[in-house]
Design a protein around this ligand. Structure first.
Ligand SMILES: C[S@@+](CC[C@H](N)C(=O)[O-])C[C@H]1O[C@@H](n2cnc3c(N)ncnc32)[C@H](O)[C@@H]1O
Length: 286
């Protein structure tokens, strides 16, 4: 039992992270998590964190939220200091493995109140986890957090690139499209705006029922709506689906294909007609 005032997240970061730990959650992150969690400190929250590393964050959540159950997932084996800690469970495996994510939810027996993705920081894995967890295993009104989405601005990251500021001279009367980086997790965070706007734009809800996006430097907080979204479209396919051409384009392509076939018929007829003439010319040249 701790005596004195309950620890802040800053106290716990000092307690559990070594100062040179690259995973140390920054001051801005801790402030944002405090805003989110302080009013709910005594609740029996269910928390899932993708990415465990030394276990410092799991132990911080454990001490900050005395009635919460905390599940961690990491591709590496669990660090010794979290093994056997009450209310903390660690599963080993990939952050995007649906069976493992189901296993995590089965431990708490209900959807999570908070899911944090601090694992690979690759766009495709981040998106697969979100696609599976957000609509199915996050409680209505719950929060989904993606940390360090700025890897999309890192040229040495597999799906990142060199940061390029958007062109601010494009504010011209006839400009319709305002371009900006779409690489890696940066692109995914920008796509979330489209998902949130789908109902406003089309009248049809997205399966990602987003109530609110709170985008801060390098971290995004996604609040799940209390209203149900559209039905989950099913598992993410393993190969990207090519977009279907629009109907008018398909008609034009069919017309071009018919013209090409006709052209080929004409050329082969010409070849047959000209063959004796060409043979005669070659023979006379010899
Ligand atoms: C930034 S660290 C996590 C730090 C931890 N959340 C904290 O705040 O102390 C990232 C972790 O993600 C793990 N990881 C990387 N790729 C993964 C994947 N595909 N699935 C699950 N974990 C992964 C790494 O092994 C590493 O321990």
């Amino acid at each position: 039992m701790e005596s004195g005032p309950p620890p802040t997240l800053e106290d716990l970061a000092q307690r559990y992270y070594s100062p040179d730990d690259p995973s140390l959650k920054g001051a801005g992150y801790l402030r944002a998590y405090t805003r989110l969690l302080e009013p709910r400190r005594q609740e029996p929250l269910a928390i899932l964190e993708l990415g465990v590393s030394t276990g410092a964050s799991l132990l911080s959540w454990h001490d900050y939220l005395p009635n919460a159950t905390i599940i961690g997932i990491d591709i590496e084996p669990p660090p010794a200091r979290v093994v056997g800690v009450a209310r903390v469970h660690v599963l080993q495996g990939d952050q995007a493995d649906p069976a493992l994510l189901d296993q995590a939810a089965a431990i708490v027996g209900r959807p999570f109140d908070l899911i944090i993705d601090d694992a690979s920081h690759f766009g495709h894995l981040t998106k697969r986890s979100l696609h599976y967890l957000f609509p199915r295993l996050l409680a209505p009104g719950g929060w989904y957090v993606i940390e360090d989405f700025g890897t999309g601005f890192l040229p040495h990251y597999a799906d990142g690139t060199v940061y390029a500021p958007p062109d601010w001279t494009d504010a011209q009367p006839h400009t319709r499209e305002y371009r900006s980086s779409q690489f890696g997790m940066v692109g995914i965070v920008k796509q979330l705006i489209d998902a949130m706007m789908q109902e406003v734009a089309t009248g049809a809800r997205s399966y990602l029922a987003i109530e609110r996006l709170l985008i801060e430097p390098n971290i995004v907080f996604i609040e799940k709506s209390r209203q149900p979204g559209a039905p989950w479209p099913g598992p993410m396919p393993d190969k990207p689906r090519l977009p279907e051409p629009p109907d008018d384009l398909r008609v034009r392509l069919d017309e071009h294909a018919a013209r090409l076939a006709e052209l080929e018929r004409v050329v082969s007829r010409l070849r047959r007609v000209l063959a004796p003439v060409l043979w005669l010319r070659r023979s006379l040249r010899k």
